[in-house]
Design a protein around this ligand. Structure first.
Ligand code: AMP
Length: 117
């Protein structure tokens, strides 16, 4: 899948669309999902132009990959979800139902989430 510069998360990264920010560093921007599926539902968006997890792992530098993963944990810490736990989801491609073609991790928590699968 080629990268679409006009996807909604690219616009949020360029500050063309607002978001409710939680955490930001050189590699990620994290903000609240506009349509939350749990009491706490955050999105961690990588700053590089990668469509999904496969694209990141195949083409990003080790530093970018590490930055993305550490950005997820920094967001978990900012939300104070570490103690009670949380769920990470990364939809990838058509069969997953991925809506926004820019790599992001969902962090869900703040309440018991039930069994995942
Ligand atoms: P996915 O299906 O993994 O691509 O998830 C995309 C997520 O982005 C959905 O949970 C949407 O609710 C969320 N979303 C779409 N537009 C926005 C926006 N402008 N601000 C925050 N979250 C958004």
């Amino acid at each position: 899948m080629s990268y679409d510069m006009n996807n909604v998360f690219a616009k949020i990264l360029r500050k063309e669309i607002p978001c409710k920010s939680i955490y930001e560093d050189e590699y990620v921007l994290a903000f609240y999902d506009i349509n939350p599926k749990a009491k706490v539902h955050a999105l961690v968006v990588v700053k590089g132009a990668y469509t999904d997890f496969s694209d990141l792992i195949s083409h990003a530098t080790a530093t970018e990959i590490q930055g993305f993963l550490r950005g997820i944990l920094a967001t978990v810490d900012a939300l104070k979800l570490g103690q009670d736990g949380y769920r990470l989801v990364m939809n990838t491609g058509k069969n997953s139902g991925q809506e926004v073609p820019h790599l992001h991790a969902h962090i869900l928590g703040g309440e018991p989430l039930g069994t995942a699968l």
